[in-house]
Write a protein that binds this ligand. Structure first.
Ligand SMILES: Cc1cc2nc3c(=O)[nH]c(=O)nc-3n(C[C@H](O)[C@H](O)[C@H](O)COP(=O)(O)O)c2cc1C
Ligand code: SF4
Ligand code: SF4
Length: 255
């Protein structure tokens, strides 16, 4: 069984490739959180995979919340995580390991894949050609990861001491920040409802025609701003001139 959290499609891309190569069932953590579904029946000896985007050198809050309630029995012979990130894994695997230790779940292997960065408030996403190259390289790396998962290879954590130090300082900004106040929608909004539908935190209302952010804090997954089909969503002033990033898997534009 494979669990993934994905806002702009990178982790979905990995999860689908693994599920198809390993013939395993896929679960969307955002949907499971909304349904309050945390208990799973696993067949004997089956592995558990977690596909996770790196946030501030750590892991997305909806995924931590899910894992704190998750159960699938005590027969856990192989648990692995695959992280996707734009720059580096930071201390995300270290944080995941600590969380899993707290809930008595082992972690046998960790893999990392560089994908296009979706963190729009800080970076202008790469152009389409560069994204294509990064994704093509991630796809060939994924094939190697599949082989390692099939042979149930154990690994050490990937994070360096520097990555863990970065995470130590940056992750608290994520936990304390995550403010929705900088989000707004322009008149370009078509009222299509996509942003509201995909928000993992139910933080968006379309009652007044255009989106309104109804919670003070959210997961800051940036799905709404990146995936709006007409770039109607902004985060402060800085995103006005920036590109948006969506993995082709969400646009049915895969090669
Ligand atoms: C809130 C936030 C924080 C992020 N922080 C990092 C980071 O610390 N390091 C990094 O390499 N990428 C970071 N990223 C980029 C994502 O990890 C990367 O684009 C990931 O592949 C997105 O996965 P998704 O398309 O499945 O949502 C961040 C993205 C978001 C939204
Ligand atoms: S996704 Fe964009 S166009 Fe659609 S409702 Fe949201 S802001 Fe409006
Ligand atoms: S409001 Fe936007 S950034 Fe925040 S959790 Fe919802 S979709 Fe993600």
């Amino acid at each position: 069984m494979i669990f993934y959290f994905s806002a702009t499609g990178n982790c979905l891309d990995v999860a689908k490739r693994l599920a198809s190569s390993l013939d395993e069932k896929l679960y969307d953590v955002a949907a499971l959180n909304k349904k309050g579904e945390y208990s799973f029946e696993k067949s004997h000896g089956e592995s558990v995979g977690l596909i996770i985007p790196v946030y501030y050198g750590g892991i997305p809050l909806p995924l931590s919340e899910f894992l704190r309630k998750f159960s699938c029995g005590t027969d856990l012979p192989y648990v692995y995580a695959v992280f996707t990130y734009g720059g580096s894994i930071g201390g995300a695997d270290y944080r995941l390991k600590k969380l899993l230790d707290d809930v008595n779940i082992p972690l046998h292997a960790v893999f990392g894949l560089k994908y296009p960065d979706n963190f729009l408030p800080l970076f202008n996403p790469e152009n389409e050609g560069t994204c294509k190259k990064i994704i093509a390289s991630a796809h060939s790396e994924t094939e190697k990861i599949v082989e390692k998962i099939i042979s149930r290879q154990h690994t050490s954590l990937l994070s360096s001491i520097a990555g863990r130090i970065y995470s130590f300082f940056s992750y608290p900004f994520y936990l304390r920040g995550r403010k929705t106040s900088p989000f707004y929608a322009t008149d370009a909004c078509l009222n299509c409802g996509l942003c509201q539908k995909i928000c993992p935190e139910n933080a968006i209302s379309l009652a007044s025609g255009k989106p309104r952010w109804t919670k003070d804090k959210c997961a800051l997954c940036l799905g709404c701003i990146n995936r709006c089909p007409v770039k109607a969503i902004q985060y402060g002033k800085v995103t006005e001139k920036r590109r948006r990033y969506v993995n082709p898997i969400l646009l049915n534009k895969e090669d």
